[in-house]
Design a protein around this ligand. Structure first.
Ligand SMILES: [Zn+2]
Length: 426
């Protein structure tokens, strides 16, 4: 039975969530002995995070529609089960998605520009050339940018990958058809019908190992599944750990989840069983590109090889979403959790969550994303020169980079432990 609980921390979190005064910051970091949240956070280690992330690199860029992508989904499922998150399930869907019922029949010439939806990472910044300085108005991310810009885009040239082993891993091209993505669930003890969704996308592209985009988020979510699934950990509310597929083609895996599961929320099945196949969504937290915060490009368009001293975890909500106010509160709760529990890096809150798997949720449920940089302004302006490039490989990153991802994991773990009323049996 539970002998220590997070009840007092849960009350603090709930008060903050409801808009009461923010909890006073403690001068000292809490210790694992007197604070179960700290005890859980201490179970995340840099070594374990790196081991899980390295495991993902054996499947190259895990591009959707290929054998290496399917093998990676199978491997992730096996890992989740080995970590104790044994109730794995899959969402199955087809890509490309079928046209909506009111779409024009095949063969009808499309109207100019009609129905074109930009790919998630295809913003209005992708044609930027290196070293350009200037100001631009609000774009898809709603940001206004000052400063130099680096080039961005997707590299699909197999021969641009200098490492022969990685090149061979990525040789197969995608084919249309069935796709799947995997999730597992920590079932809550007293509120099993309420659930936080914790996600990252396992697919990548760019003839690389997709280490940062988004092995870094995928490993983080898998590590949180490990910590919360330990036999001595209980949570009052449920938590679902989801590894999205087809993010890079237009958030198709997350869109399929919403399309298939939204209506099932909160339904007890069978009635009277206390089981909820789809608990009611109370928050969605996405993790996408966690490692690289090396500052802005210089006048030559190049970015430093060293992490900048101001490196931080960016927690973003979407200011024009229907749940913007609640999402902002959730983001600041994460910032407070970071200040109290993260070991190395601070967190900053921003209003431009965009172009990732939390987008399909943002008008339905409070939604945030955690990232290495501000998505709308900094990532879009070329702050991460490895984004979708052959350099997104294991050897590009140092422990300073990996530790930034670990700190994002500490932040989400601490916040979600408080929000779900986590406790440790002993
Ligand atoms: Zn990504």
């Amino acid at each position: 039975m539970r002998t220590r609980s997070f009840a007092s921390f849960g009350v603090t979190a709930a008060a903050f969530w409801l808009g009461a005064a923010a909890p006073a910051l403690q001068a000292q970091q809490p210790t694992a002995e007197d604070d179960p949240v700290a005890a859980l956070v201490s179970r995340l280690t840099l070594d374990k995070y790196k081991t899980t992330l390295k495991g993902l690199t054996q499947f190259g860029d895990r591009r959707q529609g290929t054998r290496r992508n399917r093998d990676a989904v199978d491997w992730i499922e096996a890992q989740l089960q080995a970590f104790g998150c044994t109730n794995t399930e899959r969402i199955v869907y087809t890509f490309p998605p079928p046209p909506p019922p009111d779409a024009a029949p095949r063969g009808t010439p499309p109207r100019r520009g009609a129905g074109r939806r930009p790919a998630p990472n295809e913003g209005d910044l992708t044609t930027a050339t290196g070293g350009r300085v200037g100001r631009r108005g609000p774009g898809s991310g709603g940001s206004t940018l000052f400063g130099y810009r680096g080039s961005t885009g997707v590299n699909r040239d197999l021969m641009a990958q200098p490492d022969e082993r990685i090149r061979e891993l990525n040789r197969e091209e995608p084919v249309d058809g069935e796709r799947s993505e995997v999730y597992c669930t920590k079932v809550g003890t007293t509120r099993p019908d309420e659930m936080y969704i914790i996600g990252a996308h396992m697919d990548g592209h760019g003839v690389n190992e997709a280490v940062n985009d988004d092995g870094s988020g995928t490993a983080l979510v898998m590590e949180l599944a490990r910590v919360f699934s330990a036999p001595d950990v209980e949570t009052e509310r449920s938590i679902r750990f989801v590894l999205w597929n087809n993010e890079e083609t237009g958030l198709n895996g997350a869109r399929a989840y919403v399309a298939q599961r939204q209506e099932l929320q909160g339904v007890e099945d069978p009635p009277g069983s206390g089981r909820y196949p789809e608990p009611r969504w109370v928050g969605m937290v996405q993790h996408d590109m966690m490692l690289w915060d090396h500052g802005a490009p210089g006048p030559d368009g190049l970015v430093s090889r060293n992490q900048r001293p101001e490196a931080d975890v960016n927690v973003e909500f979407q200011s024009n979403s229907e749940r913007a106010d609640d999402s902002m509160r959730l983001a600041f709760l994460f910032k407070a959790a970071n200040e109290r529990y993260a070991t190395d890096y601070p967190a900053a809150v921003g209003p431009h969550m965009t172009n990732t798997d939390s987008t399909p949720f943002m008008d339905i449920v409070p939604s945030i994303s955690l990232r290495e940089n501000e998505r709308g302004a900094q990532v879009g302006a070329g702050w991460d020169p490895n984004w979708h490039q052959p350099t997104d490989v294991w050897t590009t990153y140092t422990d300073d980079d990996f530790r930034l991802g670990l700190n994002a994991g500490q932040t989400t773990l601490a916040a979600i432990a408080q929000l779900t009323g986590a406790g440790i049996d002993n």
